[in-house]
Design a protein. Structure first.
Length: 395
C-alpha cells in the first residue's frame, strides 16, 4: 500500500517541475520528495490510505471531511497535481461503482427528486449563507472588472452584466429560473424598471427573497415563487437562469430549454449562466453525495444543440472561467473568517466538507475542466441584440 501511494506521489510531483511534497503515513513514516515540501498529506489511518487507493477522490474526500486525512500546506498545488494525473478518475472499486449507481437512481432530478436535492444544499441556513456570500447573497460566479474588486462589487457587476446582455428595458417582464435569494430580480427592478417572477425550490431562499423584496418595497413589481422551473407559467419578454442549469441533470437539459422557449415571447431574449465543460464528464461521486446531489455539469455543445434544435438562436457565448476562481477565493476567505461560528452551529465535518469543496472547485477552474459559460439566445430571430458588444462593456 505504501509503495502504491509513493508511486502516485512521484507521478504528481513530476507534473510540476521543481516542486516538493511529502506524505506522512499512519505509523509516522514520512516520504518526502524535494527539499522543503509545499504540502504534506497525512494519512492518519491505514484505512484512509486504502480508501484513496480503492476509490480515488471519493476516498480522499471522505477521509478529509471526517478528519482521517490532513493536508498541511498548499492545497491548491495538491489539487493542481491531482488534476494533472487525473485523480478524480484515478480509481474506482466495485463497491463505489455500485454506490454511484444507487445514488444515480435515488437522486434523479424529477419534480420530487429536485426538491430533495436542492433542499440538501440550499436549506442549510440563511445565516450560514449570509456569512459565506456577503450582502448580495449571490451564490454564482461573480464578474470582476479588476482582481481587486470586492465580492460585493463583483457580484453586483455580474447582475448588471446579465441585465445589459438581456437588454432589459423599463416595463419588461422578466422570469428568473432558479432565482436564489432574488438578487438578480431585485437589481433588475431597482435599476432597469422591470417587473418579474423568480422561482426556486429552496424554502429558505424563497423566505429570504420574499422578505427582502417586501423590505425594499418592491412587492408590487417582483415576487419569488416556491416552485420548480417546470411549473412556471406565463409569457415573458426576457428569461434568465443564473446557476440553475448545473442542477437540472443532463437528461433534462433539452426539456429545460424547451420550457424557456414556451414562456419566452417570440423574438424575446434569454440568458443562461452556468458551470459547464467542453466535454461530458461523469459527476464526481463525493460531490454528488455530500455537496450537490443530482448535479451534473452540462457541456457547451449540449446547450447549443438544445437551443438550436427547437428553433431558438444562439447569439453570444462568453466564458468567465477565471472569474469563478476569484469568486471562490472570496467565498473561501469568508468561510475561514467564520470557522469558529460554523463549528459552533454545525460541526467540524460540515466545515471540512465545505472547505474541501471550495478548494477543489477553485483548482478545477484554474487547472481542471470546469468552465463558466454565459449563453445568450433568442426565441427565433431577433433584431434586438446589437451588432457589437460595445454596449456591454461601455455602458
Amino acid at each position: 500500500m505504501k509503495t502504491a501511494i509513493k508511486d502516485i506521489a512521484r507521478a504528481m510531483q513530476n507534473t510540476v517541475p521543481g516542486s516538493s511534497l511529502a506524505v506522512r503515513f499512519w505509523d509516522d513514516e514520512v516520504f518526502a520528495l524535494g527539499d522543503v515540501p509545499a504540502f504534506t498529506v497525512w494519512f492518519k489511518t491505514k484505512d484512509a490510505a486504502s480508501a484513496v487507493l480503492a476509490d480515488g477522490f471519493m476516498g480522499f474526500g471522505e477521509g478529509y471531511m471526517f478528519g482521517d486525512i490532513e493536508v498541511d500546506g498548499d492545497l491548491q498545488l495538491l489539487f493542481r497535481m491531482g488534476f494533472a494525473v487525473g485523480y478524480t478518475q484515478y480509481s474506482m472499486s466495485l463497491g463505489l461503482k455500485i454506490r454511484i449507481l444507487v445514488l444515480y437512481f435515488l437522486k434523479q432530478n424529477t419534480l420530487s427528486g429536485s426538491r430533495k436535492n436542492i433542499s440538501h444544499h440550499y436549506d442549510v441556513g440563511n445565516d450560514f449563507y449570509s456569512r459565506l456570500l456577503g450582502p448580495t447573497m449571490a451564490y454564482t460566479c461573480a464578474y470582476y472588472a479588476s482582481p481587486d474588486d470586492t465580492l460585493e462589487q463583483a457580484q453586483t457587476a455580474k447582475f448588471d452584466l446579465v441585465c445589459r446582455k438581456l437588454r432589459l428595458k423599463p416595463g419588461e417582464h422578466l422570469a428568473d429560473l432558479g432565482c436564489g435569494w432574488a438578487g438578480l430580480l431585485i437589481h433588475a427592478a431597482q435599476n432597469y424598471g422591470i417587473t418579474g417572477v423568480g422561482v426556486t425550490l429552496s424554502k429558505e431562499q424563497y423566505e429570504y427573497g420574499t422578505a427582502k423584496i417586501a423590505q425594499l418595497g418592491l412587492q408590487d413589481r417582483i415576487r419569488v415563487e416556491l416552485k420548480d422551473y417546470r411549473e412556471i407559467q406565463g409569457t415573458y419578454d426576457k428569461v434568465a437562469s443564473i446557476g440553475m442549469m448545473e442542477h437540472v441533470g443532463i437528461r433534462f437539459v433539452p426539456g429545460c430549454f424547451a420550457k424557456i422557449k414556451s414562456i419566452l415571447k417570440p423574438a424575446g431574449v434569454a440568458l443562461v449562466h452556468t458551470i459547464g465543460n467542453d466535454v461530458l464528464h461523469k459527476a464526481d461521486p463525493w460531490t454528488d453525495k455530500y455537496i450537490f446531489p443530482g448535479a451534473q455539469v452540462p457541456t457547451l455543445s449540449l446547450m447549443v444543440d438544445s437551443i438550436s434544435k427547437i428553433g431558438m438562436n444562439v447569439v453570444d457565448v462568453e466564458s468567465l472561467r477565471l472569474h469563478y476562481e476569484l469568486t471562490l477565493v472570496h467565498w473561501l476567505q469568508n468561510l475561514k473568517a467564520n470557522e469558529d461560528w460554523v463549528r459552533q452551529n454545525y460541526d467540524e465535518t460540515f466545515l471540512r466538507s465545505y472547505r474541501l469543496y471550495m478548494e477543489v472547485s477553485m483548482s478545477s477552474f484554474r487547472y481542471g475542466d470546469n468552465r463558466l459559460f454565459q449563453v445568450l439566445f433568442t426565441n427565433g430571430l431577433s433584431d434586438e441584440v446589437p451588432l457589437t458588444r460595445s454596449d456591454l462593456y461601455c455602458p
